[in-house]
Design a protein around this ligand. Sequence first.
Ligand code: FAD
Length: 289
Amino acid sequence: MRIDQAVKKGKGTLSFEIFPPKGDFHIDEVRALLSALSPLRPAFISVTYSAGGSKNNRLTEEIASLAQEENHIPSACHITVINSTKEEVESTIDSFHARGIENVLALRGDRIEGVDACGYTHATDIIPTLVERGFAVGASCYPEGHPASPSPDEDFKYMKMKEDLGASLFISQLCFDNRRFFEFFRGAAKAGITSPISAGIMPIMSKAQVNRMIYMCAVSLPGEIIRILNRYEEDKEGLLQAGLDYAARQIAELYDAGADDIHFYTMNRAEAAEGLVARLTAMGYLKNA
Ligand code: FAD
């Protein structure tokens, strides 16, 4: 199923991001993760691609295909372009097509230090090809701005360009602060963007993880998150539960405001997704479970 059919304006669905496990692993580990996520009935699952230059990208399509074929979950493959040649990108697109992948999240990717771009330089470069090949195309967006962006207007300009080129769904960078989300939704509407926006929410796993994310993704930390991190510094389980409570409150407020979809970064932790869905269901919010 196409992700732009699974997610609609104001429908209030929930979707998940997973990543190909790092290092040696057996595909049955991924099967176990998908089997745990499947009963939570996500609107779709997206699978990351070579994040951080880890070169585990061939597994992206294998995992997305498993989710689609065995678990009947609509799935999207991420693709990044900046660290590959045009031929490599095109061969990956051919491979997605051959496997019956229907949805692709088109991304530039992060530059690997010392490696010059040798092909495409922006997500906008590949959206037309993906649309032509029949994929439903998603693209990224940044509620607090892309770290390299000079201004929100510049980001909205390119977001609109992505939509005009054929992207029919946006998935946002993680954001802990709903005020930033609401400001961003207003800005996107003002820029004429009409495609659904899936709001990225990340569970808190550790102080180190949050520190890494705020630096890498240039996102701000509300005082409440800092208090949770300090309070549960020595208590991993307590931190996960308090983080999920925070995420559920944040999502409830977004649904109340008419959010299209929430994209939950599962970090491949089924128990985090289960804990979140249990909370949202108890609060009477989940419409796609
Ligand atoms: P772009 O859309 O190209 O934007 C990057 C910057 O360039 C922005 O400042 C933008 O305003 C500007 N810009 C955009 N288009 C143009 C243009 N045509 N001309 C000039 N300037 C332009 N990384 C991975 O390695 N693997 C993943 O699987 C992955 N998944 C992600 C999923 C989501 C939802 C998000 C938000 C990010 C993900 N990333 C992933 C990280 C992403 O690769 C980085 O944030 C990267 O720095 C930017 O990619 P982009 O597609 O957003 O870039």
